[in-house]
Design a binder for this molecule. Structure first.
Ligand code: HEM
Ligand code: HEM
Length: 530
């Protein structure tokens, strides 16, 4: 506590000061009847009473689950279309049209809305301030949903730039940039108005996300429009490929990784009711991760026309990335020290523990896959799909679910309807994703080995592509079973959520809190004259 604020302990309501999650204390919410700052002695910092905007978090949580269900249902459909071609339902619902719909829906709609829910909830608490502008929060929410809806319409119709994870045509790209900037202004405005001087590490991860995604999106989407729904990238050939994978890889880094690390650093200590294992490590983790990630993109382009040095650079930085990634994983898992016994009953902690473990697996596998000799085996095969879904289902999915189960009772002021159902979600989801990734590892390595097998005379042993397809078909069915189980887990979450919200009070007031106004500490100010 700042010495100037010590007298505030005498206030008529409890008021805790935080170095927040480093100590896991939080400003106490106060009933409106006791709201006062009358007792503040003269000359001391003003106590300000204000309310957090929880409605916006509720909206993002609902959107996360809804889009998660839609995106994963499309995932299950395309998983069926691969072993069973008859499920390609005409031009608009064929694999080629629906695959980008799946990736856009799960990444930008499911993971995206989860990120925003985390950012809006935790930023307000960490800054001890309401969001800068309620109106901007609403524009952000509705703008983002409109963008997703336009993706869901244009992609099946075949409008695409054909750049992976950046398929949307230019008017939608412009809308994304505008909405993102509104989000950025709202976020940085909140930081500027914060009452807590210290900026907890989660906020740094959000800052990295917001700035980098803006740069990546604008940089990669630069294009010359020729009509309302057709444009051509300003890059060509190998430059286009390099820019695309600088974007693609860093979308993984700054959309699927850094915001989820921010989420982890906020919600994990909250759920475990323990401070983060090492705050120092979290800072090292932040700077090393953000610095190294940005260089690793060319690992997606091994053995292509990109210059050898660029591919090698991508490989070296990817291998270096292993360390900060595991630093984060260790910091997350060790935050649970002393609370492992809670894992038996607490579904939130269980989800987080499995989520972080999958993060550890994906970030070990990624650096390994970027090594040229390993990439020669894995590239173009289902191994990559296995890697992707270990990260996506395990890390992004389970961290989001853990957060949602933690938030539900707090946002809707009631108990979670069924812990048993949440537990069932955990187990079905875990077994489902294990089936998914193991099936993909098996089919990926089978593909890789068959494609490079030669006979004694130096001829390809399996020159007919169909031979590998038939060999891996059973694995596609296993993936479908695993994916459907994971999807069923989401249905359980939806039902639990529906029941929980039904039992919630009709009126959900914004939580009112009190915190001292920010005191500017100027270390170099001249000492007062005696
Ligand atoms: C029910 C769960 C899911 C199922 C059944 C599923 C299924 C699939 C299928 C069949 C593909 C196409 C694979 C191919 O082209 O061979 C795919 C691709 C992809 N999915 Fe999923 N998915 C699910 C959940 C998710 C989630 C939650 C995320 C992200 C948060 C995700 C991200 C991706 C990405 C990024 C790709 C493209 C991979 C690449 O090009 O390497 N998926 N998914
Ligand atoms: C240290 C961290 C990581 C490294 C170095 C890394 C590296 C790689 C490499 C080498 C590939 C294969 C490129 C290819 O041959 O096509 C890849 C693909 C991919 N990884 Fe990772 N990965 C990491 C973590 C993650 C995580 C945590 C996620 C998800 C949350 C993820 C999502 C993806 C996706 C979506 C692709 C497929 C891209 C495509 O469509 O081709 N990665 N990664």
């Amino acid at each position: 506590m700042h010495p100037a604020c010590e007298h505030l302990a005498e206030l008529p309501f409890p008021l805790l000061f935080t170095d927040e999650l480093m100590e896991t204390k939080e400003t106490i919410e106060i009933p409106s009847a006791t709201r006062t700052d009358r007792h503040t002695p003269p000359g001391s910092p003003q106590v300000e009473v204000f309310a957090y905007d929880d409605q916006i978090t509720r909206m993002f949580v609902l959107a996360t689950v809804l889009w998660g269900f839609i995106g994963m249902t499309v995932g299950a459909l395309i998983a069926l279309q691969l072993p069973f071609w008859q499920a390609n339902l005409g031009e608009y619902f064929s694999f080629g049209r629906l695959r980008p719909l799946h990736t856009n829906a799960v990444i930008f709609a499911f993971a995206g809305n989860a990120i925003f829910a985390a950012v809006y909830y935790s930023t307000q608490r960490l800054c001890k301030a309401r969001m800068f502008s309620d109106r901007m929060s609403r524009i952000h929410f509705w703008g983002w949903q409109a963008i997703i809806l336009s993706a869901a319409i244009t992609l099946p119709l075949g409008f695409t730039t054909s750049k992976e994870y950046a398929e949307l045509e230019w008017p939608i790209d412009v809308a994304i940039a505008v909405v993102w900037i509104i989000f950025a202004v709202n976020f940085f405005g909140t930081l500027a108005r914060r009452r807590e001087r210290h900026m907890y590490v989660a906020l740094w991860f959000y800052i990295a996300t917001i700035i980098t995604i803006a740069v990546l999106h604008v940089g990669n989407s630069l294009a010359l429009p020729v009509s309302m729904l057709k444009s051509y990238s300003i890059y060509a050939g190998v430059q286009d490929a390099l820019i695309q994978w600088w974007y693609g890889h860093n979308a993984v880094a700054f959309f699927l990784t850094t915001p989820f690390l921010g989420l982890m650093y906020y919600f994990m200590p909250k759920a475990a009711e323990r401070p983060v294992f090492s705050y120092r490590l979290s800072i090292i983790h932040f700077w090393s991760l953000t610095f190294i990630y940005i260089w690793a993109g060319p690992h997606h382009l091994q053995y292509t026309a990109v210059p050898e040095w660029a591919a090698t650079l991508g490989m070296i930085f990817s291998v270096m990335l292993w360390m900060p990634s595991w630093g984060g994983m260790i910091n997350g898992l060790f935050t649970l020290r002393g609370t492992w016994h809670k894992l038996r009953d607490d579904v939130v902690l269980k989800m987080f523990a499995v989520g972080i473990t999958f993060y550890g697996m994906a970030t070990f596998e990624g650096p390994m896959l970027s090594v040229k000799s390993v990439n020669a085996l894995g590239h173009y095969t289902d191994w990559i799909i296995g890697h992707v879904h270990a990260g996506a289902l395990g890390w992004n999915g389970f961290m989001s679910f853990g957060m949602i189960y933690w938030l539900l009772p707090r946002l809707w002021h009631t108990e979670l309807w069924s812990k048993k159902l949440a537990n069932a979600h955990f187990w079905i989801g875990t077994i489902g994703m294990l089936l998914y990734v193991l099936a993909m590892y098996s089919s990926g390595i089978t593909q890789g080995l068959m494609w490079r097998a030669f006979d004694e005379a130096g001829r390809l042993m399996y020159p007919d592509f169909m031979e590998t397809v038939l060999r891996i078909k059973p694995m596609y069915w296993v993936r479908l079973i695993g994916g459907s189980m994971y999807l069923f887990g989401v249905v359980l979450l939806m039902f639990n959520m529906y029941k929980t919200i039904r039992s919630a009070p009709k009126h959900l007031p914004d939580p009112t809190v009190a915190a001292p106004a920010r005191v500017e500490v100027r270390p170099h100010a001249a000492p007062a004259l005696a």
